[in-house]
Design a protein around this ligand. Structure first.
Ligand SMILES: [Zn+2]
Length: 91
């Protein structure tokens, strides 16, 4: 039976996010910037799967997540706390 550990990542160390196509496994990196716009389609032209349709809840959620994360990173020097993601890892 696998033991479960956790990996913690401070948001300041995230760098970029990555979107992976569930159809062809092509990937695109996402800069953590204000006014981010999620890609509508897979960047692999032979695939072109629909990713994020503008103005849908999923698209707005990703856009909001990235732009608010950028705002948090901008405000980082004013915060005396570490904001971390906790990721379960099976070992
Ligand atoms: Zn694809």
């Amino acid at each position: 039976m696998p033991r479960e550990k956790h990996l913690t990542v401070d948001v300041i160390n995230l760098g970029v996010l990555r979107i992976v196509c569930l159809t062809c496994q092509a990937a695109e990196t996402v800069p953590v910037i204000p006014h981010y716009r999620p890609p509508a389609r897979c960047p692999n032209h032979s695939c072109a799967a629909t990713w994020f349709v503008p103005k849908t809840p999923a698209t707005r959620a990703l856009q909001h997540f990235v732009t608010r994360l950028a705002a948090l990173l901008e405000q980082r020097p004013e915060v005396s706390a570490s904001v971390q993601f906790v990721i379960p890892v099976s070992v």
